[in-house]
Design a protein around this ligand. Structure first.
Ligand SMILES: [Zn+2]
Length: 259
């Protein structure tokens, strides 16, 4: 049975292994994010499951921190190694189950956050996702990924949440800003969903997150804007309106490709 380490003990170990830039390790009970480097690579936010990780996994984290800027092959290998650690999946699943129980009384949709989509909007999103998967991704993405609508995003248009399910990388959700369903936002709606689906492909097939070279390759391939943030303004619902009920039309030809 492995011994639990504190954040400071992990920090000392990683610094001994050459992660000298590191100033702090923060252990978190996240449901999906397994690790992240913040504050210019000086703070490592670590899923609390790793407090039980063996020294080999902590050495892989040290390599991650050391190589994070270069995204070298060693970095990619280390990233895979820590994601594949068998101690992680049971803990993630436990936290996700607990979260589902706690949040059960609320109106919840698919994915990890609250969904404000109407049933008709959900059907629309599912069909649009399948259509784009068939026509732009050659059907390589999973047949279903939870696509939810959020009325809580302010400037953000969308997000893809990567995670690990049963020890394998999985997309926990794609979330879109509900305002994208307003009339006049058709181009950004499509572009945002493609942007997030490109993140999904990048994570599932290249093991990458963020807007690096591999994501840009996917974005170019499927024909969405390769700038990391889409800063074109979109139409917003009027102030005080809680959500959008509109169901936009599907692209022509969706029926043949997404049924
Ligand atoms: Zn993005």
């Amino acid at each position: 049975m492995a011994r639990e380490r504190t954040a400071d003990e992990i920090l000392d170990l990683l610094r001994d292994e050459g992660a000298r830039r590191l100033r702090r390790v923060v252990l978190r009970d996240n449901r999906s994010t397994i690790w992240s480097l913040t504050q210019g690579g000086t703070v490592l936010n670590l899923h609390s499951a790793y407090r039980l990780a063996p020294p080999s996994i902590l050495r892989a984290f040290a390599r991650l921190v050391r190589e994070a800027r270069r995204r070298s092959p060693a970095y990619r290998e280390a990233r895979q190694e820590v994601a594949d650690w068998p101690g992680l999946a049971p803990e993630l699943n436990r936290l996700q189950r607990r979260h589902r129980r706690v949040r059960a009384p609320h109106r919840r949709g698919p994915g990890v956050g609250p969904c404000c989509a109407t049933p008709a909007q959900r059907v629309y999103l599912r069909r649009l996702y399948r259509y784009l998967n068939a026509t732009r991704f050659g059907g390589r993405l999973p047949r279903t990924i939870p696509v939810r609508l959020s009325n809580r995003f302010s400037t953000r248009l969308g997000q893809m949440v990567p995670g690990v399910v049963d020890g394998r990388p999985a997309v926990l959700e794609i979330a879109l800003n509900v305002d994208l369903l307003l009339k006049g936002n058709g181009r950004q709606r499509l572009d945002t969903l493609l942007h997030e689906m490109a993140h999904a492909a990048d994570y599932l097939f290249d093991g990458a997150v963020g807007h690096g070279e591999s994501w840009r390759r996917w974005a170019r391939r499927v024909g969405c804007d390769v700038r990391a943030t889409c800063d074109a303004p979109i139409r917003r619902r009027r102030r005080g309106a809680r959500t959008v009920f509109r169901v936009p039309p599907l692209p022509r030809g969706w029926r043949a490709r997404a049924a």
